[in-house]
Write a protein that binds this ligand. Structure first.
Ligand code: TMP
Ligand code: ASP
Length: 236
């Protein structure tokens, strides 16, 4: 039987993964559905799927120019991207430049404290376990990645932080922190998932206005408008 063109392979909280004609590729559809606190808070952000897809496509393409390998192939529509089909590594990599979110809760930093040496953190990608913080030894013990892979991941995450921080600085935006996911493709490690207001914290550099998912998490209002504003500033 001929393989149907678009078979749903996986549905997550914010994205659906479909098969593509080429078996080494997938189609990623970005949804308007929003969750926070491990899905305990649920909602919809109108236009989010489109913003997150467009921003991810743009930033993956931008990072490729700096020799960061990514899963991005092409933007297919407002809410869909064609990407390489990776074997995702179950490590969420967070880089932090300014204290916010769980860093404040865990270590007593005050929101907005500048972190002179950016902090790199690993979390286990497992919603049932509430994505616990872990170090590289947990990752080895859990067979999530090899030493060489984690070394490459850390190096890439630091490089991405430098490239993106200066990109956002030119747009008068502070890249407070962000989360990355990596995958294996053709024996190589590449950046996967998304780079969007769902997975990054963006503050206006002057007013410190939040332009990311914290507006939804913290019920700050003007959620849709803020997603649109940050996309416009990225594309400008
Ligand atoms: P945190 O301060 O809640 O640990 O979040 C750090 C960064 O990671 C922030 O930019 C938001 C992003 N993030 C995700 O992309 N997915 C998640 O599930 C969580 C908790 C955070
Ligand atoms: N992605 C997480 C969830 O779905 C939380 C977050 O982004 O804050 O619950």
């Amino acid at each position: 039987m001929a393989k149907s063109k678009k078979e749903k392979l996986y549905e997550g909280k914010a994205k659906i993964i479909y098969s593509a004609e080429d078996e080494s590729e997938v189609i990623i559809k970005f949804k308007d559905d929003a969750t926070a606190f491990d899905g305990a808070k649920k909602g919809k952000i109108k236009g989010k799927g489109s913003v997150n897809n467009k921003m991810s496509c743009f930033l993956f393409e931008y990072l490729e120019k700096y020799n960061v390998p990514t899963h991005f192939i092409e933007q297919l529509s407002d809410t869909e991207m064609k990407a390489k089909k990776v074997e995702i590594i179950l490590v969420e990599v967070v880089m932090r430049n300014i204290a916010a979110g769980s860093l404040c809760k865990r270590y007593g930093f005050k929101e907005g404290d500048k972190i002179e040496t950016p902090i790199l953190e690993f979390f286990l990608k497992d919603d049932d376990l509430h994505d616990p913080l872990m170090n590289e030894y947990h990752a080895y013990a859990l067979n999530l990645a090899t030493k060489d892979e984690l070394r490459q991941i850390s190096k890439l995450a630091m490089k991405i932080n430098v490239v993106l921080s200066s990109f956002f600085e030119r747009r008068n935006i502070l890249l407070v922190d962000f989360k990355l996911e990596f995958g294996r493709y053709d024996g190589k490690l590449i950046l996967a998932d998304e780079i969007s207001p769902d997975t990054c914290r963006f503050w206006d550099a002057e007013t410190r206005k939040k332009l990311d998912k914290d507006r939804f998490r913290q019920d700050l209002g003007k959620v849709e408008e803020s997603y649109k504003e940050i996309l416009e500033r990225v594309l400008s």
